[in-house]
Design a protein around this ligand. Structure first.
Ligand SMILES: Nc1ncnc2[nH]cnc12
Ligand SMILES: [Zn+2]
Length: 334
């Protein structure tokens, strides 16, 4: 099955670009920008990446992002991720970025977006990988700050397809962001939100009713509410699930406990994604393998994750047809 997974066409819908910062690039950028980081060796990094919940990860993740200063740094980060996509046969990717992590340190919004976007344009030209950008609001910050970001995003609407919501779920209900999401939707942005990762199933319902999101990021705790689960199936609401992230952050103790395959078989539109691959131990192919290793599946079931991701993506109907045809033909040949 490993060979089948390696060459399977893939679409990624849940990827934080700041979460692709590999230790090697972190060291190089720290040196280039003269930034102090608390690690000197790979051993120190891997010891620090021993997370017990979401917050213990977020503390390290925001600290790592401090090495990103200039446009070239954001370009280098994104280009390195696109090379991983190429290696994993990811044909299309929808990438989150967290501007507030950078503007709070005095980095201009334009520096962040322009650096990332330059790599994405090159990725399309040289690697044939298509992409979209989704700007996330940090849910531990306030509404005013989110509106400042939305105004920045409006000036870059040619580059940004949607808005999202990430960071600490517990203690930060979505109501704070109802108006900013409403405004974003009025301007034509798509919307997504992290919900039901660490927080209860009611956070998923709130993301759907209060924020009216097009997709739910994670959403794995939907099984705690049978009516919600039935609604997700009936409405075909996509969940962007991140298996290695979930076990690293102890949402599930072991991959064998993970509910993604059960959800797939129940007819939920679940997809496989890497979230913050530099921190969680793997990119797309690694995530597919981690699931398939302990949850035996037919090839058609594994390919269904890609089919779901294509259908759930923010690409044109024509582009969806092209990717679906590629995936079906790969499955038929193998
Ligand atoms: N898994 C995750 N949950 C919430 N916020 C995040 N930011 C980066 N990764 C995240
Ligand atoms: Zn995430």
């Amino acid at each position: 099955m490993k060979d089948f997974i390696a060459l399977l066409p893939k679409v990624e819908l849940h990827l934080h670009i700041e979460g692709t910062l590999e230790p090697e690039l972190m060291f190089a950028l720290a040196k280039r920008n003269n930034i102090d980081i608390p690690f000197r060796t790979y051993e120190e990094v891997s010891a620090a990446y021993d997370f017990h919940n979401l917050q213990s990860f977020l503390d390290i993740y925001y600290q790592g992002a401090n090495v990103l200063v200039n446009e070239q740094d954001f370009y280098d980060l994104t280009w390195a991720y696109l090379l991983r996509c190429k290696a994993d046969n990811v044909l299309h990717t929808e990438i989150f970025f967290d501007p507030q992590t950078h503007t709070a340190r005095g980095i201009a919004f334009d520096t962040v977006v322009n650096g990332i976007y330059r790599a994405l344009v090159q990725g399309k030209q040289e690697l044939g990988i298509t992409s979209q950008l989704i700007m996330c609001f940090l849910r531990h910050l306030d509404e005013d700050d989110a509106f400042v970001m939305l105004n920045h995003a409006l000036a870059h609407q040619d580059k940004i397809i949607g808005v999202g919501l990430d960071s600490a779920e517990l203690g930060n209900p979505v109501e704070k962001f109802e108006r900013v999401f409403q405004q974003a939707r009025k301007h034509g942005f798509k919307s997504v939100a992290h919900a039901g990762e660490e927080g209860p199933a009611s956070n998923i319902s709130d993301a759907l009713t209060v924020l009216q999101v097009d997709r739910v990021d994670h959403g794995v705790r939907c099984t705690e509410d049978k009516a919600l689960l039935a609604q997700l199936i009936a409405q075909g609401t996509p969940l962007t699930v991140c298996p290695l992230s979930n076990t690293k952050l102890k949402v599930f103790e072991h991959m064998a406990d993970h509910n993604i395959v059960k959800l797939l078989r129940q007819g939920v539109c679940v997809t496989i994604n890497s979230d913050d691959p530099a921190y969680f131990g793997g990119y797309m192919t690694d995530n597919f393998n981690a699931v398939a290793d302990v949850h035996p599946m037919e090839k058609a079931e594994i390919a269904q994750f890609t089919i779901n991701a294509i259908n759930a993506s923010f690409i044109s109907a024509q582009e969806k047809q092209r990717l679906l045809a590629l995936t079906h033909s790969y499955l038929a040949q193998s």
